[in-house]
Design a protein around this ligand. Structure first.
Ligand SMILES: *Cc1c(COP(=O)(O)O)cnc(C)c1O
Length: 420
């Protein structure tokens, strides 16, 4: 089930201090997850989590994770800049490439980051921009379906990411000829997967593939990067991933393939680390009764796009009404001129009055970060509930001047009070 660690009093107090909507993050919960993950992989001498910056790109959060011993997984130049600004460097940064500008490789190489190539053609880019270092990581796409037992958990064959198996062999030989001595192997085959067998199954595949590639190329294996994808229970009836069981499953696969040890393990969890430790706090501002009953919020898909984009479920509670019967059925909407701007469709909830505080759960990953400015709507503030229970604004809400800042419209800008 979703994370119900915070009481309604916490949301009330935060909403007394800051205008809604805002995302509220729980420092304690984030630290506890980081520690639980370390505990689950404590059997591996050389384990490191590289938090996926894209899930929650806020320096206050990244610094907390750094204190917990995490590195960062970056995939753009601005994410590299964030990492650098927060004091991450060298082997604390993983740079996962995609169809990106060549110059970003050079930037990552300058920071001494591990570079995770997405395609065989990236080898030449890296050679020209940044140079081939001693250790290079490659992303594997095994194609077809990714199954756990008989269940299909993902469709790598339809995914844009990664090298095919023959390309891995050819690519590693080429990297070796260019001076690389050790390789990492990475794959991301299923997203938001709460099955405890996901990481162990993926790990088994990567361990065996890496062992074979070591034999075929004579290169050493530096690390296996299990990437992200470990899921969280967005729905009340879903169970939480048992992270200790996940760590133990990976350990068994490791002992089977690498009984002699010596291969490091890296993860790039985003959602699992921070997802349950964020809440979008909003007020109900409108109600409307037509063919359905609607509750309008002061938040919209601009603040949380997942329901509109993926039809994703996010649990909703009403402050002070958690114990009341869910005997009303609502569509809970934002204000965008876009009919999929709905946080919930035909959801059973307690009766909601205008002015009620409505809390949308599990917004701590891929929430604020996916925000956009459609309809000229502005992104919200982000508030941290510190470990001592106090609150700190870690990002202010956008103002109109932010929305207009990139426009070249001098006269209009002056009239709007935009300074440049
Ligand atoms: C998005 C992403 C992650 C994090 O994914 P989660 O689902 O948040 O765990 C990790 N690695 C890479 C390369 C990604 O693109």
């Amino acid at each position: 089930m979703p994370n119900f660690a915070l009481s309604d009093d916490v949301f009330r107090e935060a909403a007394r201090l800051y205008p809604t909507p805002f995302h509220l993050y729980d420092e304690q919960g984030i630290r506890e997850n980081a520690r639980a993950l370390q505990h689950a992989f404590a059997w591996c001498d050389d384990f490191k989590e590289y938090f996926a910056v894209k899930a929650l790109p806020n320096p206050a959060i990244l610094r907390i994770l750094r204190e917990e011993g995490c590195g960062l997984d970056c995939s753009s130049e601005t994410e590299l800049m964030l990492a650098e600004a927060c004091g991450f460097s060298g082997g604390e940064i993983m740079f996962s490439a995609n169809a990106m500008p060549d110059s970003e490789f050079a930037h990552a190489a300058r920071l001494g980051a591990y570079i995770n190539l997405d395609d065989i053609t990236h080898i030449d880019i890296l050679r020209r921009c940044g140079g081939v270092g001693e250790t290079v990581c490659c992303r594997y796409n095994p194609g077809g379906d990714f199954r756990i037992g008989t269940e299909i958990m993902g469709n790598p064959g339809e995914a844009k990411y990664g090298f095919t198996r023959p390309q891995l062999l050819a690519g590693l030989k080429e990297l070796k000829a260019l001076g690389a001595r050790r390789f990492g192997l990475h794959a991301f085959l299923s997203s938001n997967n709460t099955d405890d067998a996901y990481y162990p199954t993926l790990a088994g595949l990567l361990f065996e593939t890496a062992r074979d590639l070591r034999q075929e190329t004579g290169m050493d294996i530096a690390f296996i990067n299990l990437s992200g994808g470990v899921g969280i229970p967005y729905r009340p009836e879903q169970r939480k991933t048992d992270i200790d069981a996940v760590g133990e499953g990976v350990r068994r696969a490791y002992m089977r393939v690498f009984p002699e040890g010596g291969v490091a393990i890296k993860t790039e969890l985003g959602r699992w680390m921070t997802g349950p430790n964020g809440w979008l706090v909003s007020h109900a501002t409108h109600h409307k009764d037509t063919y359905r009953h609607y509750i309008g919020l002061d938040a919209s898909a601009v603040n949380l796009m997942r329901p509109a984009m993926y039809g994703a479920y996010h649990h909703i509670t009403v402050v002070g009404k958690r114990d009341m019967p869910c005997d009303h059925v609502y569509d809970v909407t934002g204000c965008l001129c876009e009919n999929n701007d709905k946080f919930a469709i035909q959801r059973a909830l307690p009766e909601i009055q205008e002015g009620d505080l409505v809390v949308i759960h599990d917004t701590g990953a891929h929430g604020f970060a996916m925000g956009y400015n459609y309809n000229g709507r502005l992104r919200s503030a982000e508030i941290l509930r510190c470990a001592d229970g106090s609150f700190r604004m870690i990002r202010r809400a956008e103002e109109p001047k932010d929305y207009f800042a990139t426009l070249d419209m001098d006269e209009a800008a002056q009239a709007l009070g935009v300074t440049r």
